[in-house]
Design a protein around this ligand. Structure first.
Ligand SMILES: Cc1cc2nc3c(=O)[nH]c(=O)nc-3n(C[C@H](O)[C@H](O)[C@H](O)COP(=O)(O)OP(=O)(O)OC[C@H]3O[C@@H](n4cnc5c(N)ncnc54)[C@H](O)[C@@H]3O)c2cc1C
Length: 399
């Protein structure tokens, strides 16, 4: 009997599950997924969990192929020399190939008091705690959301719609990704929900206390709970394991998504930094990255040269409570254009964008190899070529 090839994935989020499902194409590949919790987290709905409009979890079996072995544990170290993973439970798992799909978590706030007093909704556990805190507050208690990106906008809108007294402190511009016309639609919708928006250079939080936030321009806002929604940070697992990472700690890979240190390790999702030019941390990018990561591993197993990643993302959907949204269209290199869909149609599109990843994962679980992605980022290909010519980018790994 021939022995199976062991492919182990760390992280059962959008990207890890997509890759795990796709890897089941080969009967001689044993796929193991290590994830800290027994349920799949719909991270894109964690602000809804806080606002009590969704529980943001699914049974893994709705999205994960039956033949994938699910191990509920946390990887504490990757021993690349031994091709083994150390687990929090004390055990180890060995692999022939490893897919690094640990996603992202809350950004470490360097602002004094933020680590101590601010809360986040970047993980299931944090979002559940935040919901309990919000629920325990009197209806009129002031809530401050910090971060003018999609995370902060969605969180502020969700709570504003519930009648909460919310101030959104942007730390600069409201929705920096958005086209000015999309930004105006977001601002109007937030105003309708009663969310006070503070933007501009002075609207930067410089200190958080148990009951207030202080801004760069000297203003002090009463804040019964401060929610830090100013982006994500990478896990330090790769760096702790001695693997090369980019400046924010994502695993440094080439354009096939293979680690620059080790041909047996492939990175995907929020945790991957191909050529040090990562895609925007997003569910949108996590799915095509996940299927490409699986294809890279399958190519190596087949003794073929893996292809380079050329897919792109071309939109941002922002929910503004349950009855409005903005669907901001973008070029294939992920820069916003004037065209956007606001209001209720925007909310319908946003809901479809949140539901679609679950459908895509379920489809790949039942029909591995079927996932496809039409958006091609030809500018990425040009940028990588230019950087390579300048000797700045790691070259693709052959075979
Ligand atoms: C409130 C909110 C709203 C969002 N809205 C959108 C949106 O509208 N559109 C969009 O495109 N993106 C959105 N995002 C971002 C999106 O959720 C992430 O970019 C996406 O989840 C990344 O997928 P991933 O598979 O790389 O990582 P994740 O989904 O984060 O999954 C990673 C998994 O790895 C596990 N893990 C981590 N470390 C270990 C370890 N050491 N051992 C084992 N397992 C580990 C984690 O617990 C997790 O289950 C939103 C995020 C949040 C928080």
């Amino acid at each position: 009997m021939t022995e199976s090839i062991n492919v182990v994935l760390i992280g059962g989020g959008y990207s890890g599950v997509m890759a795990a499902n796709r890897l089941t194409q080969r009967a001689d590949v044993a796929v193991t997924l290590v994830n800290p919790r027994p349920e799949f987290v719909e991270r894109v709905r964690l602000h809804q969990l806080v606002g009590r409009t969704h529980d943001a979890v699914r049974d893994f079996r709705e999205v994960l192929a039956e033949s994938v072995r699910l191990v509920i544990d946390t990887v504490t170290r990757i021993d690349a020399a031994e091709c083994a993973l150390e687990l929090a439970s004390g055990g180890t798992i060995s692999y022939d190939y490893l897919v690094y799909a640990v996603g992202s978590d809350k950004a470490a706030a360097r602002v004094p008091g933020a680590a101590e007093f601010a809360r986040t909704m970047a993980s299931l556990e944090d979002a559940r705690e935040l919901r309990a805190v919000v629920d325990s507050l009197p209806a009129a208690a002031p809530i401050t959301v910090v971060g003018g990106g999609p995370l902060g906008i969605e969180m502020a809108a969700e709570l504003g719609e519930r009648g909460r007294a919310v101030t959104l402190v942007c730390g600069g511009q409201l929705g920096p990704y958005l086209h000015p016309s999309g930004r105006r639609s977001v601002a109007k919708a937030l105003a309708r929900l009663g969310v006070r928006v503070l933007d501009g250079p002075g609207a930067k939080v410089v200190e958080v206390t148990a009951e207030a936030v202080r801004l760069a321009d000297g203003r002090e806002l009463a804040s019964a709970v401060t929610i830090w929604a100013a982006g994500f940070a990478a896990s330090d697992l790769a760096a702790r394991s001695g693997l090369s990472v980019d400046v924010v700690g994502r695993l440094l890979a080439d354009e096939t998504l293979t680690s620059v240190d080790d041909e047996r390790i492939v990175a995907t999702g929020d945790a991957a930094s191909p050529s040090g030019m990562p895609l925007r941390m997003s569910c949108q990018a996590a799915l095509p990255l996940g299927s490409h990561a699986a294809d890279t591993v399958l190519s190596r197993i087949a003794g073929e040269s893996p292809a380079e990643f050329t897919r792109g993302i071309a939109a941002m959907c922002v929910s503004l409570g349950r009855s409005a949204g903005v669907f901001q269209l973008a070029r294939f290199d992920d820069t916003a254009i004037r065209l956007h869909v606001p209001g209720r149609p925007g909310a319908v599109l946003k809901e479809a964008a949140c539901a679609s990843p679950i459908d895509q994962l379920a489809k790949e679980a039942h029909k591995p190899g079927s996932h496809s992605w039409i958006v091609k980022d030809s500018r990425r290909v040009e940028r990588v070529a230019a950087q390579r010519a300048a000797g700045l980018v790691v070259s693709g790994r052959a075979g």
